[in-house]
Design a protein around this ligand. Sequence first.
Ligand SMILES: Nc1nc2c(c(=O)[nH]1)N[C@H]1C(S)=C(S)[C@@H](COP(=O)(O)OP(=O)(O)OC[C@H]3O[C@@H](n4cnc5c(=O)[nH]c(N)nc54)[C@H](O)[C@@H]3O)O[C@H]1N2
Ligand SMILES: Nc1nc2c(c(=O)[nH]1)N[C@H]1C(S)=C(S)[C@@H](COP(=O)(O)OP(=O)(O)OC[C@H]3O[C@@H](n4cnc5c(=O)[nH]c(N)nc54)[C@H](O)[C@@H]3O)O[C@H]1N2
Ligand code: SF4
Ligand SMILES: [Mo]
Length: 647
Amino acid sequence: MTAQTLRTTCNRDCPDACAILATVTDGVVTQLRGDPEHPVTRGFLCFRTSRFPEMAAMAERIGQPMIRRHGRLEPATWEMALDLIAKKLVQVRSESGPAAIFHYRSGGSLGILKHLSDLFFDQFGPCTGKVGDICSGAGEAAQMHDLGTSDSNDLFDLHNSRHIVLWGKNPVVSNIHLVPVLNEAKARGARVVLIDPIHHKSASLAEETLVPAPGRDFELAMAVARCVLDAGRVDPQAAVYCDDLPAFRSMVEQRSVGEWAHLADVTEAQARALADRFLDGPTAILVGWGMGRRQRGGAIVRALDALAAITGNLFRSGGGVSFYFRRRKAFRAFGPPVQHPRVIREPLLGHDLLAAKDPPVRVLWVTAGNPVAMLPDSATVAKAIEATEFVVVADCFMTDTARRAHVVLPVPTLLEDSDLMGAYGHHWLGESRPVVPMPRGVKHEVQIFQELARRVDLASFPQDTIDNLKRHALLDVAGQGASLESLRKDGAVRSPVADPLLFPQGRVFTPSGRVQLLTNAPPEPELLQPPNLPGASAPLWLFSNSTEKSQASQWAGKGLGERTWCIVHPDVVPGLKAGAPVRLHSASGSLAAELRLDPAQRKDVVIVPKGGHFDRGQSANVLIAARATDLGLGAAYLDCLVRIVPE
Ligand SMILES: Nc1nc2c(c(=O)[nH]1)N[C@H]1C(S)=C(S)[C@@H](COP(=O)(O)OP(=O)(O)OC[C@H]3O[C@@H](n4cnc5c(=O)[nH]c(N)nc54)[C@H](O)[C@@H]3O)O[C@H]1N2
Ligand SMILES: Nc1nc2c(c(=O)[nH]1)N[C@H]1C(S)=C(S)[C@@H](COP(=O)(O)OP(=O)(O)OC[C@H]3O[C@@H](n4cnc5c(=O)[nH]c(N)nc54)[C@H](O)[C@@H]3O)O[C@H]1N2
Ligand code: SF4
Ligand SMILES: [Mo]
């Protein structure tokens, strides 16, 4: 028996980008551990990756290309699959123009080489592309507008915080390597507060938890701002580094602290205590993802930017308003920004795909995503994909989307991949390298596009080796300690282009150099009422939150039996017992679930897991209407009302 330890970097859509140590015994991965030397990974991995081999064994791995014949997907050779695709791409481009081809890439792997698929379709077309970002669109757009960037101070600057506000964030589940940093900050005296309408595991990290009404964070931020204004404690420099302070002030002064707090469904005392934190030493806001996934999501994040600015916390060590770490900043792009002849809005993908005319979308290429399960209004997404003439899906596993493809192309898993990774939860860069070879029938995506490029005579598409493509991506930072060789030697390197403090000069990166404060309260969200069937509960806000054991739709559903589950306060469904079969109804659809009860939850919410599979009847997205956020074309997943009916 020969055991070796090999290194790689996790490529999942997760803030942590962990450094993995894989023990490989006789060619088989026998253990996955976090690298103890990596400053953020610290020797541990999450459940879903430490158990990867057994989870992968349960999922339906795609081991060779498949082509649909007579309505069924059947095994095929790479020659056949790539010849067929090349012929179709060229034919559709010449008959209908490149806009008839739509390339959709999601975050199944965050490797930078995955962007070569964008380059291929740009050079071949340019083709139709997606706009918006269902994940972080609203929050990023808000910060770009206010601050000219969406990035963060160094993660370990949290050691200098007096208060840390986890605003709509559940690190124990979805950003687990933040937890040790929070614990260290606490040991140095930091005090953590959590603001979330849902009671979850991260409450154990906080000395205080605020449980506002869903989507009312704007009002809560206004209550805090009003306390700061009334106390005359606005940072004396704020008028210099912010635009529109007087207009911001008049917006805040439209209501009293008590009125704003009432709208947010917190007590006035809670709002005042939160304001006191912002005025008591450096306070960092860690902005989570949930409240940005609402129609007012952009305005909510803008309100948090404003709070950090007026309280003087934006530029201070231990402060800041951190939503994202710019994970691609260190990497040189493979081509100029893509100019699409037409765009499909990601949050409205089903609708836009069906509505596309002159030309219609005839070819759809999906990579690193499962839009049928994960985009809002899944039923329409499924219908639109089924109505498309030719669909190619590149994935490692059989998904709801792959099942609807005409050609399925198998790609490596995170243990077989070779790529470069930045992180959106810290500033370290890492390399992923195969710890086991990919199965014989599988191809690296770069190789797929290189082979296709040769078939469609795309001479400009890079035919370099993967290592050389990595070297290209690192050209701007290689001379500053982040060469491919250093990444290999050291396991991970801190990005040389990330300053310890995001705004070291005390100026933001907007065109005026000043923070753009929001000046108007956002309009009320439009909520679609669920049908009031006999025996139905009152309308409840639907939360479809991350769960520890699954990554979006990957591994979701395993061990769930026939039904997914939903959690409510017992008073929501008087007389019903845990385990009872129920059905959730929204204005868009219905979902069967098993009831779970939790007296710690608000009485106006219901929680289901994010990521349930569509074909198993477990996707929360059948309930969720496709609507965009106010900024950044995010998806308003969480502005969804449902009622529960016993089955
Ligand atoms: N285990 C696991 N980890 C993951 C993922 C996963 O699927 N599983 N997904 C990854 C991805 S794609 C991303 S983008 C990230 C983040 O992944 P997300 O799926 O966004 O993470 P969640 O943990 O669901 O965090 C959202 C939080 O926002 C809260 N929230 C919702 N609405 C509101 C509101 O109106 N106000 C406030 N204050 N809070 C609100 C929710 O209750 C929840 O606690 O995590 C990544 N990490
Ligand atoms: N209801 C609800 N819906 C949500 C959310 C929510 O909170 N609630 N969260 C949203 C968020 S934050 C996100 S980011 C999206 C996530 O949505 P998706 O990005 O569609 O997420 P996954 O289901 O993880 O699909 C990724 C796919 O990529 C595949 N994959 C893995 N590695 C590779 C690779 O190297 N190459 C290729 N080609 N494929 C690979 C995986 O097997 C998987 O099938 O879902 C969104 N949808
Ligand atoms: S999914 Fe996230 S937490 Fe888990 S190993 Fe990968 S990067 Fe780390
Ligand atoms: Mo995401």
